[in-house]
Design a protein. Structure first.
Length: 514
């Protein structure tokens, strides 16, 4: 005869499963109920296995169900915050957000909201307190006729459901909005986690037939700058000072190439644009790895990059990024990509900040110092941080309005004002690097582009959201055009090829998109 604790485990499992579906309905975008049967089977299997394991550990069915439901609710809230800011649902590959939130709280928590975060934390502590003292552990919990038997039955059922649901191998497009709506939260997690086990099979963009036949002293210094949240906002609001990007405009007038750049990120996810530039690989060929390709690289995936290509030509390759090298696992990834040296936040001091992050001026000074003392041709890849959000944590000063606008903006545009304040410094960095490269003792070239548009939802509600394209320019100290170059709109994965081809016309590329 079974004990009451055996029945209790099963009853709570059913109630919790129903509640998990109701919580999922709070998601934006909302998943359809008319999903494939295998998606429902996977949802049930995942809920049951987590609930059963938690009950096995704690011995308290209601408390265990509450914890698992709280975790699902937390993911739903984070999903909604992400979708509001980045126009993309939460996917399995985002699970590192939770550990990164603890390591780099300023980058993440403000998008959820400090009060929501503190309220969720307080609620979690309260729930644990109530669960531990409000529900007792049954006697003889480890007998088959009691709680242990119910848990064993649920584990066997959950494993059967996962095997059954996985048998159909649900099709996914890796368009998160489409997949989450069609399959639901848990089933889409399952499929995205499965897909990540295999490394991408992509053509090596940076393969080549022959290297340029040039002596080391004939190789130009190459500087590429991925400028944080850089794009031209003057089309958003006509009242912005037209000279806010005067130096960038001047560089464009003398450019080898310039135009708009289509990037695989909107508002954040810098690593996607960064990888596309360095590898020349289109996100469509990456499958699930498009969300964070550095995870595969850290796990052993090998590819060629612009850094490894230039290293074979005789360049010394350096990355400068004023943030911890551990973020996005860059400390492990960048040597695999062919970089000789990675200079991170340890190179900079707090006195070099402009706002919460290291200023663009300090980064430009470090690059200039490297170029001034170089004994070999350098490839310097710079990832700036100054204009990283959340912008709403900074304060607008009265002087900003007069300096940044012809006409003061409407109420609710503080984020735009703060963004322009940092954008003006990015423009000064353009001038500083140009001056350095113009005075080099060898040929030199600069490639400048943005990683994504900034997160400014209130501003976009007022003026309309941009399409998501950013701006780029490729310039050489050897190029003196009689008239400004034409505009060439590109995809980010073709930018490095186009830049190098403009400098080394003799390159013979294979397996490229150019």
């Amino acid at each position: 005869m079974v004990e009451a604790s055996f029945i209790a485990v099963l009853v709570v499992a059913g109630i919790g499963l129903a509640l998990s579906i109701l919580i999922e309905r709070l998601m934006v975008p909302r998943s359809t109920l008319a999903r494939p049967w295998a998606a429902w089977v996977l949802h049930g299997g995942l809920w049951l296995v987590f609930y059963a394991l938690m009950t096995l550990i704690l011995g308290r069915p209601w408390f265990s169900a509450a914890i698992v439901l709280a975790l699902i609710l937390m993911v739903v809230l984070v999903n909604n915050a992400k979708f509001n800011s980045l126009r993309e649902p939460f996917v399995f590959q985002d699970y590192e957000y939770f550990t990164d939130t603890m390591r780099y709280p300023r980058l993440y928590i403000p998008f959820l909201g400090w009060w929501k975060f503190l309220g969720a934390a307080a609620g979690f502590v309260l729930a644990i307190s109530i669960g531990l003292w409000g529900e007792s552990v049954p006697d003889q919990r480890f007998i088959l006729s009691g709680q242990a038997g119910g848990i064993l039955l649920l584990l066997m059922l959950s494993i059967s459901l996962l095997l059954l649901g996985d048998y159909q191998r649900l099709a996914v497009t890796f368009d998160p909005q489409q997949d989450v709506v069609k399959l639901g939260l848990l089933a889409s997690f399952w499929r995205y986690a499965q897909a990540e086990r295999k490394f991408p099979k992509t053509p090596a963009t940076f393969e080549y037939t022959t290297l340029p036949e040039r002596q080391p002293n004939e190789l130009p210094h190459l500087v590429a700058v991925q400028s944080e949240s850089f794009f031209d906002p003057r089309s958003l609001y006509a009242g912005i000072q037209p000279d806010i990007l005067a130096q960038f405009d001047r560089l464009g007038a003398d450019a080898l190439l310039r135009g708009k750049l289509k990037v695989p990120a909107w508002g954040a996810n810098t690593v996607r644009t960064e990888f596309a530039f360095l590898s020349g690989i289109n996100e469509q060929t990456l499958g699930v790895h498009r969300f964070n390709p550095y995870r595969a690289l850290a796990a052993g995936w090998e590819i060629a990059s612009i850094a490894s290509f230039l290293k074979r030509m005789g360049y010394y390759t350096i990355c400068i990024h004023p943030y911890p090298a551990s973020f996005y696992r860059r400390a492990r990834v960048y040597p695999r990509l062919g970089f000789d040296e990675f200079l991170d936040i340890r190179l900079f001091t707090d006195t070099m900040r402009f706002g919460p992050y290291t200023g663009d001026a300090a980064v430009a000074e470090q690059a200039s110092a490297l170029l001034a003392t170089a004994k070999k041709p350098l490839f310097i890849f710079i990832i700036t941080m100054e204009n990283h959000g959340p912008l709403h944590l900074e304060q607008v000063s009265p002087a900003d309005i007069g300096q940044l606008y012809l006409t003061p903006p409407p109420a609710g545009c503080d984020d735009l004002t703060i963004y322009l304040r940092h954008l003006r410094n990015a423009d000064s960095m353009v001038a500083q690097l140009r001056h350095t490269l113009e005075n080099c003792d060898r040929a030199a070239s600069l490639c400048w582009y943005g990683d994504h548009v900034p997160i400014m939802p209130t501003v976009y509600d007022i003026f309309g959201a941009p399409e998501g394209e950013v701006d780029y320019v490729c310039w050489s100290n050897q190029h003196k055009p009689a008239i400004p170059s034409d505009y060439h709109n590109l995809r980010i994965e073709t930018l490095a090829n186009k830049w190098l081809t403009a400098i080394f016309p003799e390159l013979n590329w294979r397996n490229t998109n150019i």
